[in-house]
Write a protein that binds this ligand. Structure first.
Ligand code: C2O
Ligand code: CU
Ligand code: CU
Length: 565
């Protein structure tokens, strides 16, 4: 009798272990009006068990936004959470007013209505809450969504791009649950792994080349992605754009906030199963995900051990190879796009950021971390950048744990890691870079288009570190805006100074359809009717000198300088 019960129990246990849940594929929202409602909800991570969650347009996560470069998009973010939050468009080049950082609070029962032109390159971005000291809680409870930007460069490539058919979002996260299966938001005991909020996820993939858009949406954990059997896959995009060529890989490390697009060739594998894994046994100590999260003797992190995910290889989800679609992609496209890194000689400013523990020593992992010896203060601007400057930032990690450094507003190019060129898959556009203990990483970027009234953020993307104050803020100063500086990001002029033509970007509703260019004496030089958000005006016939462009947007008169040289 006892044996019989044991057998029955072990059969049940085996079934629980091998039980697979179909991967949840978030819905999509497209077009130029995007409505997001932030709401509380419940989600069954385990069938029959309700867990309290937060989501956008649903109980957990949010829809995948599909946006086209050049489109002027209106967003309506309705906060029905019953508490304040923000929504940040991670990786996108938008004005600070539209960026959704901690200063742009959405109060409960109010709608935030940012609107902006999509200036980014085709890649995978994401959105998530960014409220001061509440980012961990709101993200861990479930608010996060992918943003797919499409552009004409990407459109001509022979790549899988049918969402949910041969192009799949994979939001990979770990969480910790209490004994009643509720999410513990501030935890280093995250041993529940999920993809698109699905535990033990399985996806049937077509027998052909398939594209995956990977996001490490975890609070703290880094993954060392790979396929079972170390099958080769090809990275085609980094955080903010396609790479110049596909990069064959068997491992791909992504820290919190980082994205990658990869291609996997499932041809000839019908009926087979492939696991997406993290080869965390290969991590050296000093990475959240290794056996020891700190580099150095006796470094412990409360709650970190024991945890079956630390320092071991584990499955993240499984792919069951089915039948091909009717017009499958069968090749791994190459080359992809022209990537033009900014030459080091273009930089006119260098800046350094040092990461260090607030309390040094063996217990340092449990404390907060400084950037340049200070903790974040909402009322302190840490750095001031001049519009159109190209800068090199040197990041030095003087702590015992690796930190993923993220900056808003820009995409950057990594110049070097400890003086060496970064690996090929880090030679494209990035907005998060992992900095290991004792490592120095330099990146180069240009601060274009937007000047600030509201500051932009830079921070560690391990959310408990961010909330603990490992964050700073910068403003971008522009000498070119003369009237209504506050609204200056509604009227963008580039290039400026210029020689023969200017592009004018209207980020709002034109109250009058005529824009005027006047000279220094106030004489009307050009009066032009415009109706769309992006306009090009030829000015090659004008003599060199200083001019003023005037427009009325949202009933505010905005004046900006134009320099013709
Ligand atoms: Cu993804 Cu400032 O964050
Ligand atoms: Cu960001
Ligand atoms: Cu950190």
């Amino acid at each position: 009798m006892k044996n019989k019960i044991l057998i029955i129990i072990s059969v049940i246990i085996t079934q629980i272990i091998i039980a697979q849940n179909p991967l949840l594929i978030p819905n999509t929202l497209e077009g130029t009006n995007i409505n997001l409602t932030l709401q509380n909800g419940t989600h069954q991570f385990y069938s029959g068990i309700n867990t309290t969650t937060m989501g956008a347009n649903g109980n957990i996560l949010g829809p995948t936004l599909i946006l086209n470069q050049g489109d002027f998009v209106n967003f309506y973010v309705d906060n029905q959470l019953g508490e304040a939050t923000t929504i940040h468009w991670h990786g996108m080049h938008v004005s600070p007013e539209n960026d959704g950082g901690p200063h742009t609070v959405i109060d409960p029962n109010t709608i935030w209505n940012p609107s902006f032109t999509i200036l980014d390159k085709a890649a995978t971005y994401w959105y998530h809450p960014h409220l001061h000291e509440q980012t961990t809680a709101h993200v861990a409870k479930g608010i996060a969504g992918l943003i797919i930007v499409r552009d004409s460069e990407e459109a001509v490539l022979n790549l899988p791009r049918t969402y949910g058919v041969d192009d799949f979002p994979l939001v990979v996260q770990t969480k910790d649950f209490d004994t009643s299966n509720q999410i513990i938001t501030n935890s280093n005991s995250d041993d529940i792994i999920m993809v698109n909020a699905t535990i033990d996820a399985a996806l049937t993939v077509p027998e052909q080349v398939v594209r995956f858009r990977l996001l490490n949406g975890s609070t703290m954990r880094t993954f060392n992605f790979g396929l079972s059997g170390s099958q080769i896959f090809y990275q085609i995009a980094s955080d903010g754009g396609l790479l110049s060529n596909n990069i064959p890989l068997t491992r791909l490390q992504l820290s919190p906030g980082e994205r990658a697009e990869i291609l996997v060739d499932f041809a000839g594998m019908s009926g087979q199963t492939v696991f997406l894994m993290s080869y965390a046994s290969e991590f050296s100590n000093g990475i959240y995900g290794a056996t020891n999260p700190g580099m150095g003797a006796g470094m412990t992190l409360n709650g970190y051990n024991p945890n079956s995910l630390n320092g071991t290889n584990f499955n993240i989800m499984q792919f069951n190879v089915g039948v091909p679609t009717t017009s499958p992609i069968t090749t791994i496209e190459s080359p992809l796009v022209t990537v033009t890194p900014i030459p080091e000689s273009n930089a006119n400013v260098t800046r350094s950021i040092v990461m260090s523990p607030v309390t040094a020593g063996a217990n340092q992992l449990n404390g907060n971390f400084y950037l340049n010896n200070t903790l974040f203060d909402m009322n302190v601007i840490n750095e001031t950048v001049q519009l159109d400057d190209t800068e090199i930032w040197t990041l030095t990690n003087n702590s015992a744990i690796a930190h993923p450094f993220h900056i808003h507003d820009v995409q950057f190019y990594i110049l070097d890691r400890d003086g060496n060129l970064p690996p090929l898959n880090e030679q494209g556009r990035k907005d998060v870079v992992y900095v290991k203990p004792q490592e120095t990483v330099r990146f180069i970027t240009k601060f274009e288009t937007f000047s600030s009234v509201v500051p932009y953020m830079y921070h560690c993307h391990m959310l408990m570190h961010e909330d603990g104050g490992m964050m700073g803020q910068f403003v971008v100063e522009s000498p070119l805006s003369v009237e209504n500086n506050e609204f200056s990001n509604q009227l963008i002029i580039y290039p400026n100074p210029t020689k023969d033509n200017i592009n004018i970007l209207i980020e709002g509703n034109l109250s009058s359809d005529t824009i005027k260019i006047v000279d220094q004496l106030g004489r009307l030089i050009i009066s032009e009717k415009i109706s769309v958000s992006e306009n090009n005006i030829q000015i090659e016939t004008l003599p060199k000198g200083l001019y003023f462009l005037k427009a009325t947007i949202n009933n505010k008169r905005i004046t900006k300088k134009i320099i013709i040289e």
